[in-house]
Ligand binder design. Structure first.
Ligand SMILES: *[C@@H]1O[C@H](CO)[C@@H](O)[C@H](O)[C@H]1NC(C)=O
Ligand SMILES: *[C@@H]1O[C@H](CO)[C@@H](O)[C@H](O)[C@H]1NC(C)=O
Ligand SMILES: *[C@@H]1O[C@H](CO)[C@@H](O)[C@H](O)[C@H]1NC(C)=O
Ligand SMILES: CC(=O)N[C@H]1CO[C@H](CO)[C@@H](O)[C@@H]1O
Length: 293
């Protein structure tokens, strides 16, 4: 944590204690095996402690992944993740939704590793009808490898909100009214993966993975999906998704306090925003950027 000023370290410690106390009562999935299944990686993805913990590992031969059993059409999906500690240069740890179709939809959290003592980059993106190029990147206000933190994808018909420990870091609004496709008709599945991308991930690809540190391991727990589950052509939603109830995730929007927190993150921790990259879009910024307040 060498790069954080001391007051941040103290703040992180205090918040950590408060969270440990709060974790006494929780409504997460104790047994993730009910909702998740191991994907690829030839034994490198592991479900441990009766489904209370999932680990992914990466070595020179292969990475690994797991996925949800269900397909969702809208949802509020929470996962607690503890990233690879120490030297994670060249690694990418992900947690995302993907439709697995042509002209696919996708909502991404990707954590780009770094050398020891240097911060992870949290990379986010949204694809609709196969079109992405909507990256926003952040540093975090804590060390994401020191402990578990909750990463949430809230996806409803009006907006997609990315949250970290309940703090919104990004909002992608439905901008169909100005001709921007929005993910709303293709069910998506949750995937989590760990793989190597040292050709681009860390400091633009200049820093390579140090394989003498392998295997690299990331941990996941307390998966929770409040969602509309898609099955043979129709979807059924978890209780609490009553669309005429303003406290439902299906209607959720950012209230004033949440918008203030979003601005705080964007002002202090955002390191890349496609909506301000005028060099990249000489023909003009993408239309949804004009709606981003
Ligand atoms: C790694 O650390 C360097 C130096 O602090 C920083 O510029 C970079 O954005 C960090 N993240 C990645 C993924 O390279
Ligand atoms: C609205 O939704 C919330 C959260 O899902 C639930 O706790 C509450 O009982 C609902 N209220 C009504 C009036 O349906
Ligand atoms: C949905 O919520 C509204 C108000 O919050 C309530 O009046 C209505 O009965 C609820 N509908 C269902 C199906 O729960
Ligand atoms: C982090 C935490 O406290 N998790 C608990 C959530 O509740 C389940 C079921 O009661 C426990 O098994 C977990 O340990």
């Amino acid at each position: 944590m060498a790069f954080w000023p001391p007051w941040v370290v103290v703040l992180v410690a205090v918040v950590g204690l408060a969270r440990a106390a709060a974790a006494a009562g929780n409504n997460s999935d104790a047994n993730m095996g009910e909702h998740l299944q191991l994907g690829w990686g030839d034994g490198r993805a592991k479900m441990l402690n009766n489904g209370q913990l999932l680990t992914l590992s990466l070595d020179k031969t292969s990475g690994s992944g797991f996925q949800s059993k269900d397909w969702y059409l809208f949802g509020k999906i929470d996962m607690q993740i503890k990233l690879i500690p120490g030297d994670s240069a060249g690694t990418v740890t992900t947690y995302y939704l993907h439709s697995q179709t042509d002209a696919h939809d996708e909502i991404d959290f990707e954590f780009l590793g770094n050398v020891s003592g240097q911060p992870y980059t949290l990379h986010t993106n949204v694809y609709s009808q196969g079109k992405g190029d909507r990256e926003q990147q952040f540093f975090l206000w804590f060390d994401p490898a020191a402990d578990f933190h909750t990463y949430t994808i809230l996806w409803n018909p009006q907006r997609i909100i990315f949250l970290v420990d309940s703090t919104p870091i990004r909002e992608f609004k439905n901008s169909e009214s100005i001709g921007v496709a929005y993910p709303k008709s293709k069910p998506m599945r949750m995937y989590a993966t760990l793989w190597n991308a040292d050709d681009w991930a860390t400091q633009g690809g200049r820093v390579k993975t140090d394989w003498s540190k392998a295997p690299f391991t990331a941990s996941y727990k307390n998966y929770k999906a409040e969602a509309c589950v898609w099955s043979s052509g129709s979807s059924s939603c978890t209780p609490g998704s009553n669309s005429s109830n303003s406290s439902s995730w299906l209607n959720q929007e950012l209230d004033n306090t949440a918008q203030e927190r979003l601005r705080w993150v964007q002002k202090n921790y955002m390191i890349y925003n496609y909506c301000t990259d005028v060099k990249r879009f000489p023909q003009g910024l993408p239309p949804e950027c004009t709606l981003a307040a």
